[in-house]
Every structure is written in structure tokens, then in C-alpha cells.
Design a protein around this ligand. Sequence first.
Ligand code: ADP
Length: 260
Amino acid sequence: MDINDKSLDNVNSDVAEWALKKEKQIRYLTDLENYRRKFVGNISHELKTPIFTIQGYLHTLLDGGLYDEQINQKYLQRAVSNVERLQNIVEDLEIINKLESGAVELDMKSFDIKELCQDVIHDLELIAQDRDISLMFKDGASRAFRVTADRENIRQVLVNLITNSLKYGNDGGKTKVGFYDMDEKILIEVSDNGMGIDEQHLSHLFDRFYRVDSNRSRSQGGSGLGLSIVKHIIEAHKESISVRSTPGMGTTFGFTLKQS
Ligand code: ADP
């Protein structure tokens, strides 16, 4: 190599460029490390509560509670509910892990979103009846609304949004699903007349493990991951999701899909 080919100025700028590139790489790796640390911290925190609760019930049963007719059934049932909670968390973690690793390939097909929604409503009918909440379509849903999207992933979106409307809705309330034709896109809205969400929480709602009322969410078996899964799926479709809410009045989540 002829070192005379390069002026000192050139070498200097090469070194500066190299340093900048390295600095960016280091920043990226530091962010990744922080993100990983936070994620692992969140997961262990989420798992700890049900594990301790199950441990508590089982120890009480072993220490003689098993023979106490007043509590044995009740404590076993509570232990089972907490095992179900653990299961929900692990299932949601698996989904989010797949979505974030980019391993999900969308199976884009044309289908009627209204028919899919009808299916989901059917599956959730028992939970809705439990809370005495009516699940229905808004006016204007008498025709088909064909979209191109990954059907199974969109099913998950609808299940999470409608389940939330039941978890955070009022007994005797209403959940309505509406479809709006916006030329190239269909807007799908899930509205409830439940407890609503204060404005200060709205921008964090789709963050992993974010909850407005942790006690209520946990008592309903929530993992705090439902809405971040929804956002990942909608973003993978290169579409958008939004929320509007009035405390005490209700909440509406809306997302778009490509019309076909
Ligand atoms: P979770 O498992 O806690 O339900 P989500 O990610 O699905 O987790 O939702 C995050 C938080 O957003 C919930 O804990 C709840 O406080 C709030 N939330 C979601 N949907 C609604 C709704 N329809 N009405 C009121 N609050 C809601």
C-alpha cells in the first residue's frame, strides 16, 4: 500500500467516520442490553405473584387446611386460577417473542372481517353473558367487509380487544363492533361503555406490561401483554391502531386493514 496516496486529512476523516459508526453500534447494543434487562425484570416480576400465591395456598392446605371443609375447595380453586394466569402469561410471552423476532410470516388472504368477527363474538359469548354484557354489531354491518390480511393474527387482535372490553366493561354494559368503508381501507372499531381510561395513560397503553389498574387486570387474569400483541400484529400489516376514551363513559379501539 502506498501510504503517500492518502493525505493526513483523508485518514483523519476515515478515522472519524469509523469512530462514528462504532459509536452508533455501541449505542445500539447498549439499548438492546437495557431492553433485555428490563424485559427479563418484567417477566420475573409477572411470574412471581402467581407463583407466590399458589405456594401460599398449597402450604396452607398441607399445613392442615386440606381437612378444613371451609377452605379446601376454595384454596384449590384459587391455586388453579393462578396456574391459569401463569399459563396466560407464558402463552402471551411466546406470541410476543415470535412477533418481535420477526419470525412471523403473514399469511395474507382475502376474507370477510365481519364473518371473522361473528366467529369471535360467538366464542366469547359465554364470558359476555357472565358479565351480562351484550356483544353486537353497530348499524351498517349487514353486508360483508372483505379485507386482505392474516386471518389468524387478526382473530387474535379481535379476541384481545373484545376480551378487554368485557374485562373493563360494566356489568350490564354493551360492546359494539363497527366497520367503516374508507375506500382503500376498512376501519374496524371495538367500542365499550365501560370504565374508560384517563388521558395520561393513553400513550402508554400499548407498551408491554403496562396496566392502568394492575389489581383489576391481574384479578381478570391479564398478562399486560394483550395490547402490545395487538399493536405488533397491526404494525406487521403496515396498518395503524388508535384509541380514544372518556373515563366513566367508555373506550373505542380502531384499526385499519386493506380492503380487497
Ligand atoms: P391486560 O392483560 O392488563 O388486560 P392489555 O395490554 O390488554 O393488558 O391492556 C393494558 C391495560 O389497558 C389494561 O390493564 C387496562 O388497564 C387498560 N385497558 C385495555 N382495554 C381497556 C378497555 N376496553 N377499557 C378500559 N381499560 C382498558
